[in-house]
Design a binder for this molecule. Structure first.
Ligand code: SAM
Length: 241
């Protein structure tokens, strides 16, 4: 488990209140759920279960395997959704760990921006776990996310520590949203990130000088834009990469 996965576990108590955009994308994504009776389904990166909730709202008797990279979040969800099976799983390893499974529905809300390497490769590999008429739907953070904060730190000679290598085009992308939000100040913005467990820096990031960072924070007004991308893929007969 990485430092980022641990941070999500530490945010269990604050996540649901602070995760306004994640709740919004979970609901939007649920509108793309296929019209099926009780689909055999896999959720990647359940966190506290915002999206899991949408699943059971859509399918009273759906069969669900809930997974997350962090075992404490898996335990949290299996307490909350007793009907679901659960396991600790990294999205990148799903194909190797679930080789004989096939799912009618695979879904994931706000997780693929955290997978290591190229997220499109992880998505294509997950696609190969679909049953012949299965569907994979996801929402993720796009490459323009928080561009004001990143540009602001750059102007001050600092790095944000946020990922700079997200794809410009996601596999199966069918929709994207730019959502402006005003958090009032740098502190308000950083608090929101911390309360949702999303404040860890990418690997290899060198921490900046505290005084320079504080100065940059003082000059930041706390408003920025979220970039949310939605994707949908059907089963493919091509071998997984
Ligand atoms: C922003 S939260 C989203 C949680 C939930 N899907 C929701 O809609 O609120 C991201 C979650 O993905 C999990 N996660 C991050 N990287 C992962 C990976 N590579 N494989 C599986 N889960 C991962 C984290 O532990 C965390 O619970």
């Amino acid at each position: 488990m990485t430092e980022a996965h641990e941070a999500f576990g530490r945010a269990i108590a604050t996540y649901d209140d602070a995760a306004e955009i994640q709740k919004h994308s979970a609901h939007q994504l649920s509108l793309a759920f296929p019209n099926r009776e009780n689909p055999v389904s896999l959720e990647l990166g359940s966190g506290t279960g915002l999206m899991t909730n949408e699943f059971f709202r859509a399918y009273d008797n759906g069969q669900l395997l809930v997974t997350d990279a962090n075992p404490s979040l898996v335990a949290h969800c299996s307490q909350k959704f007793k009907r679901a099976a659960s396991m600790t799983l990294l999205a990148e390893e799903a194909l190797d760990r679930l080789p004989s499974c096939s799912f009618d529905l695979i879904f994931s809300n706000m997780v693929f921006q955290w997978v290591s390497g190229d997220p499109n490769i992880a998505i294509a590999r997950l696609q190969s776990l679909l049953a012949p008429d299965g569907v994979l739907v996801y929402a993720t953070i796009g490459h323009r996310n928080f561009h004001r904060w990143r540009a602001h730190l750059k102007q001050h000679g600092l790095e944000s520590g946020m990922r700079e290598d997200l794809p410009e085009v996601w596999l199966g992308q069918y929709h994207e949203e730019i959502i402006p939000r005003d958090y009032g100040s740098a502190r308000g913005f950083l608090d929101m990130l911390k309360r949702t467990g999303a404040h860890t820096s990418r690997e290899g990031y060198l921490k900046h000088h505290m005084r320079a960072f504080k100065h940059a924070c003082d000059q930041y007004d706390g408003s920025d834009e979220w970039h949310v991308v939605y994707g949908m893929l059907h089963a493919s007969h091509a071998p997984a990469p």
